[in-house]
Design a protein around this ligand. Structure first.
Ligand code: A2P
Length: 276
């Protein structure tokens, strides 16, 4: 006898009824998909009423296309108050999850483990005046959540979102988000507190180069009029590739910042942009 499991094509996003959904997993419906480049896309899922998270945290995402689905960590890009859950993803050629995930359409089912966690949360930082958010490509996702959370602006006078990508089009997701923020009824009033500093390394744009180089040389501070990072007033969060995390964290330490965690808040925190 042929079961629904046997019928499921390996790369299909099957309905949740094809496989049993474990008790620690939500089966959510895709409500929106937008492709930015051939490497980047965003998707939004319905948010279950019982799901709680802190802005900046991540969850495990999978597809109901196998009895033991592949799960990968994804930062939630939407803020805690949003009715939808937004994710910003890379498309990895032959990636066990993203190869299939990049094909999802409105109405498809995506699996999400129920527990959210992570260190890029306001609780992991000591109070300060200025919050620096350092990111590359999809590393901007947790910050997309934090810059849409009113608490971020209640805790910090100034929020500086820095994203470095190879190409100009890879900045579109964050550019769009920052532009929309101004008209948002809940957080529009805080938009003057947010500064966006987009950079590219392999295509011409207004700000070229790696953030570590422009900060260490002082060029960043000259261009923005901001003072050098100061552990008395400045806090930082970092999200990117392993190499970028290592170099940005070393730079923060050289400016006198100290790494913090949920149970030991300090002056900077790091998290890997997971899917690569
Ligand atoms: P570069 O083009 O000089 O490698 P990736 O797509 O490899 O994750 O990189 C995203 C962006 O982050 C690129 O602009 C890249 O610059 C930059 N980047 C990569 N590694 C580092 C690093 N160790 N420190 C700072 N920026 C980095």
């Amino acid at each position: 006898m042929t079961t629904p499991v046997d019928n499921a094509a390996p790369n299909a996003t099957a309905t949740p009824s094809s496989f049993p959904i474990p008790a620690n997993v939500f089966a959510l419906t895709v409500q929106d998909v937008k492709h930015y480049t051939d490497r980047l896309f965003r998707f939004r899922l319905n948010r279950p009423d019982s799901f709680r998270f802190r802005s900046g945290e991540f969850v495990m995402i999978g597809l109901p296309n196998a009895e033991k689905p592949v799960f990968r960590a994804y930062s939630i890009a939407s803020p805690f108050w949003s009715e939808q859950l937004e994710f910003f993803s890379i498309k990895v050629p032959n990636g066990p999850l993203t190869e299939h995930l990049q094909k999802i359409k409105v109405g498809d089912t995506v699996l999400m483990r129920k527990k959210a966690t992570g260190t890029l949360v306001l609780d992991a930082l000591l109070p300060g005046k200025r919050l620096y958010l350092f990111s590359t490509g999809t590393g901007v996702a947790p910050f997309a959540s934090l810059v849409r959370d009113p608490e971020t602006y209640e805790k910090f006078e100034e929020v500086i979102l820095i994203q470095t990508t190879r190409l100009v089009a890879e900045l579109d997701y964050a550019r769009e988000l920052v532009a929309e923020l101004k008209n948002d009824p809940l957080i529009g009033e805080f938009s003057d507190q947010l500064k966006f500093y987009p950079m590219t390394t392999r295509e011409q744009s207004e700000h070229m180069g790696r953030i570590t180089d422009t900060m260490r040389s002082g060029e960043f501070f000259k261009r923005t009029g901001l003072k050098k990072l100061d552990p008395e007033t400045d806090r930082a969060m970092i999200c990117g590739s392993m190499a970028m995390l290592k170099d940005c964290a070393a730079m923060c330490r050289d400016f006198g910042l100290v790494e913090g965690a949920n149970n030991a808040p300090a002056t900077y925190v790091v998290e890997r942009a997971f899917v690569d």
